[in-house]
Design a binder for this molecule. Structure first.
Ligand code: DQQ
Length: 573
């Protein structure tokens, strides 16, 4: 008896003390105690976060909900965290919007989306894990539409609205998308699922958003993938960067539709034509098909993402969950796990086949001290430091001019696996044209470094641009996931300059190659290159010299991401 009391007290008091200590230490010296916490990426104050949920712009306020464990740094007890912003950069954390309370979600409130219904009424569709841990779809609406922050949400008394019947596996039925309205006024929504082990987007229709009927045919499926988590389905303009509302039907000459599915720890997408009268969706190249590597939003860490249409600025914005690459024991020690990417504008590229992403313009509000370099020749084997900005918290954009491309090494593009190529031909393997690029979060002596770089190859009459993010030397700490990432950039180096932008934020490097045509995000945990000890270099390890046409780098200020009570100014626009 005595022992169990002590034991109970033990587990009760240790987390309380631990939590308090972490808070107190953070206030004293955040850099040293929490070297991996970010300064301008979205994070809750502590604990576990995964998928972004239901992002929206509503009456002047941006909302972000997210999968959150209020009790610890590992996945579990999932609720919908809720934060609001006026600029997508500075955030105020509010109370949880949805948490397990009823038989239809008592084991977790999982991912879902917001749809803004006629009359400007937001509605959340989300997955609940019910009493039997079966997955069902539920509805929640704001309690008080006149509260501009939409702090409280009420669950429909008709929940669950969709249940796994007629052969749907109750373990594979989740993550409703933003719904769209067809010409027949019916709402459509897709739910991620698998049939016979293969990824499927189940389609449901409803006139009143409450009674949903499953369509006989899924919107799309693939026998080359496993279960689809967090699908996303939305129109994109064929011409221009403006976004399109999810319910907008521009017709095949004006818009195409993107279907994104999350599987194999990555977010894959296809581009096709959607006919709203018949709900037929036809794609040219399907998931995991085709001769080229499959299309992904990001070729590094980026999962369970979601887009929304920002009606204030006529753009579509993408959010993605960036997981940790350290051990669970490290996360428990840190007291937190998981970041959101910098929100990215997303649109269809000029080639009509691929999406392009770029950090939202608002991020530039955080630009501090700036350095500029122009027309600097980088001889083969050279490296030089970019000084004058905070290398652990920076935004860097660089463009390169290449010499005579004739000398480029040959590679058979049809046989090439870019990720494998990057891990074999690292930043240290000398080439002809490249490797050249940035060494981020590097220690003074370069023992630690995250290399983001390019190599140019000649291939069947054209040139191929390989982009790599090499984490293998990112930290002296063992047992971290230091996988090297790589992808091709769809650009012709004969006609276009090669550019790279990297957002560096203590333990994350988000890189955009070819003006956002290829994105790679890495999580790294340097042991030397921390805070003021972090450096930034430009390097060229090819035998041919390359020229930096221009480089602009900025120190980044810290974003204000705070609980509502701690905000310095009242949350007004
Ligand atoms: N995360 C949620 C699920 C989703 C998964 C649970 C994807 O709804 O399928 O936290 O990361």
């Amino acid at each position: 008896m005595e022992i169990s009391v002590v034991w109970i007290l033990g587990i009760y008091f240790v987390p309380v003390f631990y939590g308090f200590e972490v808070e107190a230490r953070n206030l004293q010296s955040p850099q040293i105690e929490q070297p991996y916490r970010t300064a301008y990426h979205f994070q809750p104050p502590k604990n576990w976060m995964n998928d972004p949920n239901g992002p929206m712009y509503y009456k002047g306020v941006y909302h972000l909900f997210y999968q959150y464990n209020p009790y610890g740094a590992l996945w579990g007890n999932i609720v919908w965290g809720h934060s609001i912003s006026y600029d997508l950069i500075n955030w105020v954390h509010l109370d949880h919007a949805i948490y397990p309370s009823d038989p239809f979600d008592i084991n977790g409130c999982w991912s879902g989306s917001v749809t803004i219904l006629p009359g400007d009424k937001p509605a959340i569709l989300y997955t609940g894990a019910d009493t039997k841990k079966n997955q069902v779809q539920n509805l929640a609406v704001p309690k008080n539409l006149s509260d501009p922050l939409l702090r409280e949400w009420v669950k429909s008394n008709q929940n669950p609205l969709m249940t796994p019947i007629d052969g749907i596996d109750p373990n594979f039925f989740r993550d409703p998308t933003t719904a769209w309205q067809g010409p027949d006024r019916k709402w459509r929504v897709i739910i991620g699922s698998q049939i016979n082990g293969h990824g499927t987007a189940l389609l449901y229709q409803s006139l009143d958003f409450v009674t949903w009927t499953r369509s006989q045919k899924p919107l799309h499926s693939s026998n080359k993938t496993i279960m689809w988590e967090c699908p996303d389905f939305y129109p994109v303009n064929i011409h221009g960067k403006n976004g399109v509302d999810t319910s907008m039907q521009g017709g095949a000459t004006a818009t195409k539709h993107v279907l994104k599915a999350s599987f194999n720890s990555s977010d894959y997408y296809v581009v096709g034509n959607y006919e709203p009268k018949t709900d037929q969706y036809l794609v040219v190249t399907d998931f995991m098909d085709g001769t080229q590597p499959p299309l992904r939003y990001d070729y590094g860490k980026f999962y369970a993402s979601k887009t929304f249409y920002d009606s204030a600025k006529q753009r579509r914005i993408l959010w993605g969950w960036i997981n940790e690459s350290d051990r669970e024991s490290d996360d428990i020690k840190k007291g937190w796990s998981g970041l959101q990417s910098i929100p990215r504008s997303i649109w269809l590229g000029k080639n009509g086949r691929q999406l392009v992403q770029w950090p939202i313009k608002e991020i530039e509000k955080l630009h501090g001290k700036q350095v500029n370099i122009h027309n600097k020749e980088l001889e083969g084997g050279s490296v030089f430091e970019v000084v004058g900005i905070t290398a652990s918290q920076a935004d860097v954009e660089v463009s390169f001019d290449l010499p005579n491309l004739q000398e480029a090494e040959f590679m058979d593009l049809n046989l090439a696996n870019p990720q494998l190529l990057c891990s074999q031909k690292t930043a240290y393997n000398k080439g002809v044209i490249g490797p050249f690029g940035l060494l981020a979060l590097a220690s003074n002596d370069l023992t630690e470094q995250t290399a983001i770089f390019f190599r140019i190859f000649k291939s069947q009459g054209k040139y191929a641009v390989l982009m790599c993010s090499d984490q293998s030397r990112s930290s002296l700490i063992p047992d971290l996931d230091k996988t090297t990432y790589g992808a091709f950039v769809d650009l012709d180096p004969l006609r276009e300059k090669i550019s790279l932008r990297s957002l560096i934020d203590h333990s994350i490097v988000e890189s955009f190659g070819g003006e956002g045509r290829t994105c790679i995000t890495a999580r790294v945990y340097p042991s030397l290159a921390i805070g003021e000890e972090a450096h930034l270099y430009v390097f060229n390890n090819g035998s041919q010299s390359v020229k930096i046409l221009s480089l602009s780098g900025w120190s980044m200020k810290k974003a204000q991401i705070v609980p509502i009570q701690k905000r310095r100014k009242p949350p007004i626009n």
